[in-house]
Ligand binder design. Structure first.
Ligand code: NAD
Length: 614
């Protein structure tokens, strides 16, 4: 039995029919409270528990391990089951951090943290929240990539919901088997484009798990309202299928109409089980990612972090850079190398930002130029799918720029950069070294250009910050997808901020949930970008960093959530009543992982505990 269902058995997390919950929220105009006892736990209030003894110690969301007080130990049948010493959660954090640091390998650290999450969730989230800078690269990129690759062999305790092609007709039933009754945030992947590692089959599940851990640690969304989901539609990774111990659906990847039908069944299942639940699409491959996002974004509250979260972080870095150098959108010329999920998402949002700044549509169309593996993306090409065509350069303008060549080959990035002289250059290709000295040499030389080589991991970055700074005599403002050390320059040290989506998605998700948003609108994305940009201090900008420090994440997530919820309400997509104070609502929905006092629920005596198998 899952620990959380045991909590429900103890009268802690009762299932209510969804319509009843929705109705009560409508009447009050407030975000509906978390299901009990999480409503009290999130408010730091004492709860009564029915579980006792080793049952209680085994409940990951309820145990305190050695932090149970002497009174609780006596009352809850814990005496004799714990060593004498009573620790505080602060003591426990010190001990856990010490344990994780003692391990010599990052994958072992990942496994250690996962074990802690399984054993004592409150402590896990507290450790993570207090040590984000140190453990973010373990719980998420880059170490989570290794966890995905070795998933079948390090898999211990199951988490989330797994849906395979055989489940087409019972997706709703599978979702209802989830351990929580009132899920408000799902991170779902089909595992096909896991980080830069491609198809990882069942191992992709480590990504939704990791993302949700960050949601809780950064924005305080309580884990009892979150659910990781794997659409385990098979894998085309032959090495995985050949592994006799592979834990996933060992068949070639489902494609075509049956794939679409399974995604549709998933969305219908979520709508029916948890109306209004926010769905975050995660690590779907380019064409599926764009198609699914566009198909469902007006139907259910949903967003794709690889497309939209990336775009928000790029827009935020650009806004901060423009502020630093005193430039405005009408003056910008932007080249985006890579026209996949990330590149197209970035182009879409930058176009919107320019439009909002009053730049005429015709100017926008010629100011944001994409290059893919075939070369310049222009609308004279016959090989473009609809999403790419929508952000392509008009062929007539390409011709005016001398970028339509004789023969089948399209203009290269070098040729495009030389013709456009970009003020902003973004890399989302996954190709190391794409930003050659010639490309960087073509950047506008009368301004400080913004250069964003986003590709992960570090080895695939389109350029090294030190090279970009050397080739531009220190003029460039650089942020990267992977972490890089500060770059020493004559007389100064230049910070290189990481364009990490973690600045965006926790607050975006929290804001959408608090507002009970019916959709994640473009306006909400723009609001998130403006908020992240505003969080970059002038001192940081002066040192060259285009994004805030990781240490500020929790404060930034709060501000982003408030801005996003405000925008949802302004745009008329919020369920939250206009009379509610959004700051209060966001703070009320934010959990700081800490223990609350327990008392024993009446009617749960020791005999009953034994009868229940404790
Ligand atoms: P994708 O596979 O959907 O797109 C890759 C694009 O690059 C395609 O358009 C392809 O044609 C193009 N490309 C490949 N080789 C090229 C070349 N030689 N010249 C020009 N274009 C070329 O992948 P994606 O999801 O869009 O991600 C792209 C990269 O962006 C990845 O490396 C990923 O790590 C990175 N990324 C970073 C962040 C971040 O830092 N916050 C977020 C998302 C993606």
């Amino acid at each position: 039995m899952q620990p959380e269902t045991a909590a429900a058995r103890a009268g802690c997390a009762e299932r209510q029919p969804a319509p009843a919950r929705a109705a009560s929220a409508l009447i009050l105009g407030a975000m509906r409270p978390l299901p009990p006892p999480f409503d009290r736990m999130i408010a730091g209030q004492a709860i009564s528990v029915g579980e006792t003894g080793s049952d209680l110690l085994g409940r990951r969301l309820f145990t305190k391990d050695l932090a149970f007080s002497p009174k609780e130990r006596l009352e809850l049948g814990l005496r004799g089951l714990l060593p004498d010493r009573v620790l505080t959660i602060e003591d426990q954090v010190v001990l856990e951090v010490e344990r994780i640091r003692r391990k010599t390998d990052d994958l072992e650290r990942y496994i250690g943290l996962a074990a802690l999450q399984d054993r004592n969730a409150t402590l896990f989230y507290r450790v993570l929240a207090e040590n984000l800078e140190e453990f973010l690269p373990i719980v998420y990129t880059p170490t989570v990539g290794r966890a995905c690759q070795e998933f079948s062999h390090i898999f211990r305790r199951t988490r989330g919901v797994w849906i395979t092609p055989d489940d087409q007709d019972q997706v709703g039933t599978l979702l209802r088997a989830a351990p929580f009754s009132d899920v408000r945030l799902i991170v779902v992947t089909d595992n096909e484009r896991i980080l830069g590692l491609g198809d990882q089959g069942a191992g992709g599940m480590a990504i939704p798990i990791g993302k949700l851990a960050l949601y809780t640690a950064v924005s305080g969304i309580h884990p009892a309202v979150t659910l990781p989901v794997s659409l385990d539609v098979g894998t085309d990774n032959a090495a995985l299928r050949d592994d006799l111990l592979y834990v996933g659906y060992a068949a070639p990847r489902l494609r075509g109409p049956r794939y679409d039908a399974l995604v549709e069944a998933f969305v219908e299942g979520v709508e029916a089980t948890w109306p209004g639940c926010l769905i975050q699409w995660e690590d779907f491959k380019g064409p599926n990612a764009l198609r699914i996002l566009d198909r469902y974004r007006d139907r259910v509250p949903s967003f794709n972090d690889d497309i939209q979260g990336t775009a928000v972080v790029v827009l935020a870095a650009s806004l901060a850079g423009l502020r630093q150098v005193g430039r405005r959108w009408p003056d910008e010329r932007i080249v985006i190398a890579g026209a996949g999920a990330a590149g197209i998402g970035i182009a879409r949002l930058l176009r919107l930002a320019m439009a909002q700044a009053g730049v005429p549509a015709a100017t926008i169309a010629s100011s944001i130029v994409l290059v893919d593996s075939q070369g310049l993306v222009h609308d004279g090409r016959v090989d473009l799918g609809e999403p790419k065509r929508a952000v392509s350069l008009p062929a007539a303008i390409a011709a005016d720029l001398g970028l339509i060549q004789d023969g089948p080959a399209e203009a290269s990035l070098e040729a495009v950069a030389a013709a456009i002289r970009p003020t902003i250059l973004v890399g989302a290709t996954g190709v190391a070294g794409m930003f050659t000295e010639a490309v960087i040499g073509s950047l506008a030389d009368d301004v400080r250009p913004i250069v964003l080589p986003l590709s992960n991991p570090t080895s695939l970055s389109e350029a090294l910050p030190a090279d970009v700074l050397r080739w531009t005599d220190g003029r460039a403002l650089v942020a990267t997808g992977s972490p890089f050390a500060p770059v020493p320059l004559p007389g100064e040290t230049r910070e290189v901020a990481q364009a990490n989506n973690v600045f965006v998605f926790p607050g975006l998700g929290l804001g959408a949930i608090v507002a009970e948003a019916r959709a994640v609108t473009d306006g909400m994305l723009l609001a998130a970008a403006r908020t992240v940009a505003a969080a970059v201090s002038d001192a940081r900008l002066a040192a060259g960093a285009l994004l805030p420090p990781i240490g500020d994440l929790r404060a930034i997530a709060r501000d982003v959530a408030i801005a996003v919820a405000e925008e949802a309400r302004r745009a008329g997509v919020a369920g939250l009543g206009p009379e509610r104070d959004l700051e209060v609502e966001v703070d009320t929905a934010t959990w700081w992982p800490a223990y609350v006092p327990y008392t024993r629920a009446r009617g749960h005596g020791p005999d009953r505990r034994r009868a229940a198998g404790g």
